[in-house]
Design a protein around this ligand. Structure first.
Ligand code: NAD
Length: 358
């Protein structure tokens, strides 16, 4: 059909040395930024996204329009669609897969636990099967999460720390993903790099994340709930600006070894890596609100509440030595600078009536 022609064209890199990358979750927040960055530097990109309604599909469609103008074609499909994936891998020889499709968020698990299993476990396996069966096995880079550190209280988190105490179903499925990835690496010789993202924020961000809905509610004059730990313990996050995360993703693709298909037993074996992609400077959520008030020039109506036991952890803080050493990863954006860019985007996006103009 028609999608094959479009996918082939979209996947074509500008030069012979360029990559052909399948980006899953391309209409998502990070997926949009990564796809555009890859396309801009000359790689070929095909996006895939199921446009589910976990959050505002209007926003996903606007991102798709943005991608379209950048020359990135996005296929609307679920990663569980094995037939579609097989056809796609026969149509395009992807050198790399950047796997970002997932059921994100920790609180939604109370409403829809199965969506986490569907996308983060079954969907991941379905994608790995397609990669394994492809004539040319791609190298895979995918998004795990800082949430795998769970109830571990030793900070900063480093990759060698324990990850056996997930605090949410979301965390459990990301941890499961890491184990599943390891299996596909050593059994089938797929080269797989997992990136543990730490609270990514920025323009085109996710409406279910605090910085986003705080902005919305502060502007509306609506009360915002700020959670604190027992005895007023500070809740803080290692907020990481999306451009820094994108640079980490591109570096992970660039350093990824080829999949070997030999079960990792031969010389030049496929690699299995895991890296923290954080900012290494946790900021209390109260400070986040202070910055937003300053940028929006509106006083927030704040209510402090004890943190519900719904899967959130008190504190996140990345040790990024490994990513710095092996990927050359260097985050450069502090929270205030990054939020300034987010707020500018937010006011423009929600201030303009024609969303399709983006
Ligand atoms: P997002 O929800 O904006 O993007 C995910 C995209 O995947 C969405 O557009 C969704 O429609 C799509 N998707 C979901 N299930 C799918 C399926 N079964 N088939 C096809 N498409 C599907 O989230 P994001 O913030 O861009 O996150 C990207 C990745 O990074 C996710 O894996 C997420 O778990 C991970 N991550 C994000 C953060 C963060 O702070 N944003 C932190 C840690 C990890």
């Amino acid at each position: 059909g028609n999608w094959e022609v479009k996918a082939r064209k979209s996947a074509r890199p500008r030069s012979k040395s360029g990559f052909s990358v399948l980006v899953t979750g391309a209409a998502g927040f990070v997926g949009t930024h990564v796809s555009i960055a890859l396309k801009r530097r000359g790689d070929g990109v095909v996006g895939l996204d199921n446009f589910n309604n976990y959050y505002d599909t209007g926003l996903k469609n606007a991102r798709k329009a943005l991608l379209g103008r950048a020359g990135v074609y996005v296929i609307e499909a679920d990663i569980n669609d094995a037939v579609l994936l097989r056809n796609l891998f026969e149509t395009v020889h992807f050198t790399h897969v950047m796997h970002l499709a997932a059921q994100a968020g920790v609180r939604y698990a109370m409403q829809n636990p199965n969506s986490y299993i569907h996308s983060n476990v079954n969907g991941f396996v379905s994608l790995l099967e397609a990669c394994k069966n492809a004539t040319l096995q791609p190298s895979i880079v995918w998004a795990s999460s800082s949430s795998v550190y769970g109830l571990n209280s030793k900070v900063p988190f480093s990759e060698k720390d324990r990850t056996d105490q997930p605090a949410s179903l979301y965390a459990a499925t990301k941890k499961a993903g890491e184990e599943i990835a390891h299996t596909y690496n050593h059994i089938y010789g797929l080269s797989i790099t997992g990136l543990r993202f730490f609270t990514v924020y920025g323009p085109w961000g996710r409406p279910d994340m605090a910085y986003f809905f705080f902005t919305k509610d502060i502007l509306k004059g609506k009360e915002i709930k700020i959670f604190e730990g027992a005895d007023h313990a500070t809740v803080a996050r290692d907020f990481t600006y999306v451009d820094d995360v994108v640079n980490g993703c591109l570096a992970a693709l660039d350093t990824a070894k080829k999949s070997t298909g030999n079960g990792g037993k031969k010389k030049g074996a496929a690699q299995f890596r895991i890296y923290n992609l954080g900012n290494t400077s946790p900021v209390p959520v109260t400070k986040l609100v202070d910055i937003l008030e300053k940028l929006l020039k509106v006083k927030a109506k704040k209510k402090m509440l004890p943190m519900p036991r719904n899967g959130d952890v008190l504190y996140t803080h990345a040790n990024i030595s490994l990513a710095r050493e092996e990927l050359g990863y260097r985050p450069t954006t502090d929270l205030e600078t990054g939020l300034k860019k987010f707020v500018k985007w937010y006011l423009r996006y929600y201030g303009s009536k024609k969303k399709s103009a983006w």
